[in-house]
Design a protein around this ligand. Structure first.
Ligand code: ADP
Ligand code: MG
Length: 352
């Protein structure tokens, strides 16, 4: 009898304490292991997920991530009049402009991918991108540019065998660009986001966060794991926004970029006029590919290569992926044909 009286209230009390413990653990963010923050940057939603950091560590890391992204945007954007790329594009032909190392890195990498892809990727399509109205994100007018204007651009381009710009070493060991005119206006839209993602992940690691996933539109970069479990990612179906076409479970360092004709486009002449342009025709790429995902070690390369392979098409795109070490790809053709390289991390989703 006595025993019962003493024992009985203890059980609910223990349950209550256990519940309170769980509730506090769940309620108190410093004990949460997964943190996710989404903000608008680079014209898209950027989400940063970290695992295992305290609330304070996560906040510090995330703030650093967004300040580095803003920094890249501030010099690489073609639209911001105070940006360096804007200044370069709006200077008279032949102007010598001193540029910081980051710009040299991004333009050099862009030119490297340009060479590798036989010109399919080109960091100098600024004038053309504006002509099609994709300069400010969305082609609002939805109008095909005058044939003459495209022809004039192509003609000007064909006059030069090089890229049309010159690099000059400055007296203090820096670099300057000598600008080549309207046919070589910079547009780093197919590569700067990738570069910013690399810097973003570097910032997280330097701030003591080794496990993270950063997603910005079609680009993502991954490090470590989610508490010993892989990060799970999905690849959007190119013709159904609400559907996932493929998924992957990834642990460790990797960058992935997806380029598709569904991100920014308008319909005209019964065709999808989208934002990935073929420098050979001056028009939206008609390679037949509608989605290309590239996995490699850095986001800058993944970003530029996904655009390059998209323009190259199934046959040449495959060949480029197979030629490059440490580069894997997944390609989708409008005729239903699909291909992925043997080392590509991911599975097609059944019925997708
Ligand atoms: P997103 O910016 O939607 O992720 P991509 O990475 O595929 O898409 O890059 C497309 C952007 O790159 C375009 O909006 C344009 O600014 C630029 N661009 C378009 N065609 C090319 C090309 N052939 N080479 C390099 N950059 C390109
Ligand atoms: Mg790209």
């Amino acid at each position: 009898m006595m025993r019962d009286l003493h024992f009985k209230p203890i059980v609910p009390l223990l349950l209550l304490l256990a519940f309170l413990g769980f509730w506090l653990l769940w309620k108190n963010p410093s004990h949460q292991e997964l943190h996710a923050t989404t903000r608008l940057a680079m014209g898209t939603l950027v989400s940063v997920s970290t695992w295992g950091a305290t609330e304070a560590e996560d906040e510090n890391g995330v703030n650093w991530v967004f300040s580095r992204i803003k920094e890249v945007e501030s010099w690489a954007s073609k639209q911001i009049p105070s940006s360096l790329v804007y200044k370069i594009n709006h200077s008279p032909k032949g102007t010598l402009l001193e540029v910081p190392e980051e710009l040299v890195t991004v333009v050099h990498t862009g030119l490297e991918i340009r060479n590798l892809s036989g010109g399919a990727f080109d960091p100098g399509l600024g004038y053309l991108v504006d002509l099609w109205g994709f300069g400010n994100g969305v082609a609002e007018e939805g109008k095909i540019p005058e044939t003459q204007k495209i022809a004039a651009w192509l003609e000007e381009r064909n006059k030069h065998h090089d890229f049309g710009i010159q690099w000059v070493k400055t007296a203090n060991g820096g670099m300057a660009i000598q600008w080549g005119g309207f046919a070589y206006e910079l547009d780093l839209g197919g590569i700067a986001k990738g570069y910013a993602m690399d810097l973003a992940m570097e910032s997280l690691k330097l701030s003591g966060i080794p496990n993270a996933l950063i997603v910005a539109g079609g680009d993502m970069i991954i490090a470590g794991s989610k508490g010993g479990k892989p990060w799970r990612i999905g690849i959007q179906h190119p013709r159904d926004h609400n559907k996932v076409m493929a998924f992957a479970e990834i642990t460790g360092d990797m960058a992935m970029s997806t380029s598709g004709d569904y991100e920014r486009f308008f319909m005209a002449n019964g065709e999808r006029q989208h934002h990935i342009l073929d420098p050979k025709t001056g028009k939206p790429s008609r390679s037949g590919l509608i989605s290309v995902s590239i996995q490699t070690s850095t986001s800058i390369k993944a970003d530029a290569l996904s655009t390059a392979v998209f323009v190259l098409g199934m046959k040449e795109g495959k060949a480029l992926i197979e030629k490059l070490d440490g580069v894997e790809g997944m390609l989708v053709h409008e005729n239903g044909e699909r291909w992925k390289s043997p080392g590509f991390k991911g599975q097609w989703l059944e019925g997708s």
